[in-house]
Design a protein around this ligand. Structure first.
Ligand code: NDP
Ligand code: A1CAB
Length: 271
């Protein structure tokens, strides 16, 4: 199964807020016709309302290739039962919701429903996402291939060995863009605090993070070596890194605490 199945049989997007829209933008940019997509969302954005050909809050096809579930975990119990008739059939359910386990979907839709749990991130909007996936017993190789085809249209895809890995994945790559955007904000604020005009500070911070990310992805050296390449012995970077890399109150213990808090919340949402 591949993107042609989605073109022919259609895809239902249940919930189309920030994450659903980020992925939809990537798929449309990649050539998926809007006419193949049914969006079900009570308050569709102006962008959705302006998409020509999109089936917006229209009657759903009886057996779409994929239902992509992108409502908030807290809304799941209200939203998902409306699609129960599509359970236990050929339709693949792909959920991007944090925390909600495959067992919960099987309870709501039937345990013969092919289900893939996925954790994407918002750079999908520009085709640069990364998504981790894991399927249930009813999802065969064909379903996993379909989920991978769909999600690799908006970035990289990794397959997990166990659903237990999903909380940590969520805390790293699902939430990670927010950490990175905050790094840009914090760098810009530090620039401003040291006399740079706000626009200049933001331009420098944004271009630096974007450039460093691109270099980290494309260079032969690992990130540690790339860091060393910036750090002249006894120079300026070294002075900053002695603060940032402090084992007690530097970046590593801070990020570890942040990731632990994210994992705790992910598990609460799934309970
Ligand atoms: N944002 C991100 O970076 C990521 C989010 N996710 C997951 O994606 C999911 C969506 O998150 P996000 O896009 O940020 O949230 P949003 O609130 O932006 O989007 C959810 C959308 O679902 C709509 N909705 C609410 N109830 C229903 C319903 N009964 N039927 C159909 N649609 C409904 C909401 O409408 P309304 O606003 O009117 O309530 C909203 O438009 C979550 O489960 C989250 O865990 C996963 C990875 C990354
Ligand atoms: O904040 C959240 O709950 C979702 C999950 C990953 C990113 N956003």
């Amino acid at each position: 199964m591949d993107m042609n199945d989605i073109r022919e049989k259609g895809m239902v997007l249940l919930g189309c807020g920030k994450m659903g829209s980020a992925m939809l933008k990537g798929w449309l940019d990649g050539g998926l016709p809007a006419t193949s997509v049914w969006v079900n969302d009570p308050k569709p954005s102006e962008w959705l309302q302006g998409l020509e050909g999109l089936n917006l809050n229209a009657d759903l096809p009886p057996a779409p290739a994929v239902v992509l579930v992108a409502v908030k975990p807290q809304m799941m119990a209200d939203a998902l039962p409306t699609l129960k008739a599509m359970g236990n059939g050929s339709t693949l359910f792909v959920s991007v919701a944090a925390g909600i386990t495959i067992a919960t979907y099987e309870d709501m839709l039937g345990d013969r429903t092919p289900i893939v749990r996925a954790m994407p991130n918002t750079p999908a909007a520009v085709g640069r996402g990364v998504t981790a996936i894991i399927g249930n017993g009813a999802a065969g190789a064909d379903h996993a291939d379909l989920a991978e085809a769909l999600l690799s249209a908006v970035g990289q895809v990794v397959r997990l060995e166990s659903e237990d890995q999903m909380s940590a994945v969520t805390a790293i790559s699902g939430c990670g863009p927010a950490y990175t955007f905050h790094l840009i904000e914090a760098m810009a604020a530090a620039g401003e605090a040291n006399g740079l005009a706000p626009e200049l500070a933001l331009q420098l911070a944004r271009a630096t993070v974007a450039g460093a990310g691109h270099l980290a992805e494309n260079a032969d050296e690992d990130p540690g070596q790339l860091r060393v390449n910036v750090t002249s012995p006894n120079g300026v970077t070294q002075a900053a890194l002695e603060v940032l890399m402090n084992e007690t109150d530097g970046f590593p213990p801070l990020l570890e605490r942040a990731v632990e808090a994210a994992i705790k919340r992910d598990k609460e949402l799934g309970a």
